[in-house]
Design a protein around this ligand. Structure first.
Ligand code: HEC
Length: 576
């Protein structure tokens, strides 16, 4: 076929033209031009299907390639064409030929050849102007700037095989059970909140507490019921709220360990763990768990998944803790994962650990240095998927952005969402394939995120984490596309945002103000602001439900829903 066409064309050439000008294939140009004109984002949108004009003027005058190029250079409304279509010389010619037909114009082969000479000369002269110096360092940046190279170069960071380690929990102190200050009612829902020292942006700075406390409140009326301040010698740097699955004990970070050689910043120093009675709100035990607890959440209604900021030399970074026995059933040291952990999440089957490149100290401040422009590029961050049965790392998910600090997993364990503080974006990742569905900008320094009950929207707390900023907003994104839909005004430095067990409210804990903001998850209306006693900084949030028989169970914590409740798969908690 092509041989025949060639023969025909060359015969035509010989008959029609003896000049040196090559014969243009006008039909092919017209077809190519038509395709370009009707591309998804192209001329037709603004100039109409027949070039009759719409937002843009009529093109029936038959613009030349140079005239089109001039518009692309000077007309800001056509900027989208430059970014989406980026037409080259042949494209411009094809467009002119096709647009000409819309206005009833035909161009000769000679005209088209002249256009080619002119427009090539124009673009060539332009290219010469655009040559800028590229230093060897610039070239290195150019070579690595695309995320594609991260995927192409990815080599497993974790060791293979079982990474299971052990740590023997030590009971350092036991305390007398104090006076009961909270008695739950049957068929009632409560919230527990561990609070630290008074928030830096508390509404009344003189009222700020210096203590740490376990606070309990009524989750239906949004009222604080009781608060138990820790004894002064047991104060620590609070970072999470965890409650045993039966609702009987609250776990809280205690004071720093006294081990020799640990005298850095508080976060860099291992700390003890306090086991607090959920009704006296006073500690019953002080335990050594081998590190400074960061986050904790219930796993399979049985264990508590814990992760640490820093460990003792023989400690574990991510482990499962048995609240029945106060023992660690197994865990990993992130040295074996090929980086340092920030925190861990789970879908109740696997453990997903947010991994940072390099040693923990540097990784924690990387995002800050990047946000300040002091660093220009970072090594990639990733999520490691750990199997808590075999203790093997099954997958590694490099994601777009830096210093991810939360993982929200949908009810079907299909996708995870990772807000990244250091790059102020959120990435949605397919858990089976590791493919990135989207990655979109959030507000500054996003921290926690949560899906609405129908999983159509993702709420992202713009804490200002790792950017040195004090965020005060929540971004609501379309979960399917990542498109931001709303920016809600909330408290200073909200780090966790959690969907309530009934599926109707989003609770946002404001570290800065020492308060909890409760929003209607459907209307975005602010329903209530709950002041913590002494504006103590809230960290994490746990809901405990007492059934008709007065039996308690955790139904929600910062990791997910528990105790048979999940509004995202049709099991919201409904209190009659
Ligand atoms: C997003 C809208 C938009 C798209 C898409 C768009 N244009 Fe335009 N175009 C305009 C507007 C608006 C003007 C008028 C600008 C002005 O008045 O300064 C214009 C002007 C022009 C002109 C000058 C017409 C004249 O008579 O002054 C040409 C030629 C042109 N466009 C060609 C194209 C071609 C070819 C494409 C597709 C490759 C395209 N445009 C896509 C909006 C668009």
């Amino acid at each position: 076929m092509s041989g025949l066409r060639f023969l025909l064309n060359s015969t035509l050439l010989m008959i029609v033209s003896f000049s040196a000008i090559a014969q243009e294939d006008m039909a092919a140009l017209e077809a190519a031009g038509k395709e370009l004109y009707f591309a998804q984002v192209s001329c037709w949108v603004c100039h109409g299907d027949n070039g009759e004009g719409r937002v843009g003027p009529t093109l029936h005058g038959g613009p030349t390639p140079i005239e089109i190029q001039e518009q692309l250079d000077s007309n800001p409304q056509m900027g989208i064409i430059v970014s989406e279509l980026d037409p080259d010389v042949e494209d411009l010619i094809a467009l002119s030929v096709f647009i000409g037909t819309l206005g009833g114009k035909t161009f000769s082969s000679e005209t088209v050849s002249e256009w080619r000479t002119e427009v090539t000369a124009l673009l060539d002269s332009r290219a010469a102007e655009n040559v800028y110096a590229v230093s060897p360092r610039d070239q290195q940046i150019l070579d690595i700037r695309s995320f594609d190279t991260v995927l192409a170069d990815w080599t497993r960071k974790a060791k293979t095989g079982s990474l299971r380690g052990e740590y023997e929990v030590q009971v350092l102190n036991e305390y007398e059970l104090g006076e009961v200050v909270f008695t739950p009612e049957p068929n009632s829902l409560y919230f527990y909140e561990n609070t630290g020292t008074g928030g830096s942006h508390a509404p009344d700075r003189n009222m700020r507490t210096r203590g740490t406390a376990v606070v309990v409140g009524d989750a239906s009326s949004f009222e604080v019921i009781a608060s138990g301040e820790m004894p002064e010698n047991l104060r620590g740097q609070v970072h999470t709220t965890a409650v045993s699955p039966d609702g009987k004990y609250v776990y809280m970070i205690g004071p720093s360990g006294t081990r020799e050689g640990w005298n850095g910043s508080p976060l860099r120093t291992p700390a003890t763990l306090l086991k607090v009675d959920a009704f006296t709100l006073q500690p019953v035990k002080q335990l050594s768990i081998g590190g400074r607890l960061h986050h904790a959440q219930i796993f399979q209604d049985k264990y508590i998944l814990m992760d640490t900021f820093i460990t003792d030399p023989d400690g574990l970074n991510v482990f499962l803790y048995d609240p029945e026995t106060d023992e660690i059933v197994g865990g990993v040291n992130t040295r074996d994962l090929g980086g340092s952990n920030y925190t861990a999440y789970s879908d109740n089957e696997f453990i997903y650990i947010l991994m940072q490149p390099g040693a923990d100290g540097g990784a924690l401040t990387n995002g800050t240095l990047l946000a300040a422009g002091e660093y220009t590029a970072l090594r990639p961050y990733w999520v490691a998927k750990l199997d808590p049965v075999t203790w093997e790392v099954l997958d590694e998910y490099p994601y777009r952005g830096y210093r991810g600090d939360w993982v929200t997993i949908d009810a079907a364990s299909e996708f995870m969402y990772v807000p990244s503080a250091g790059s102020s974006n959120v990435t949605k990742i397919n858990l089976e394939t590791g493919e990135i569905a989207w990655s979109k900008a959030s507000g500054t320094g996003p921290y926690g995120s949560n899906l609405t009950a129908d999983e159509s929207h993702l709420w992202v707390a713009n804490k200002g984490e790792g950017t040195g900023h004090i965020g005060r907003t929540i971004t609501v994104m379309d979960a399917e596309s990542g498109t931001p839909l709303e920016t809600l005004f909330s408290g200073y430095a909200v780090d966790h945002v959690l969907l309530s067990p009934n599926g109707n409210e989003m609770w946002a804990t404001s570290n800065g103000e020492g308060r909890i903001y409760v929003f209607d998850a459907h209307t975005y209306e602010q329903l209530k602001v709950i002041d913590m006693p002494g504006y103590g900084q809230p960290h994490g949030l746990v809901w405990v439900y007492y059934d008709e028989d007065g039996v308690g169970s955790v139904v929600r914590d910062q990791g997910g829903f528990h105790g048979g409740i999940n509004p995202s798969d049709g099991r919201p908690l409904v209190i009659q």
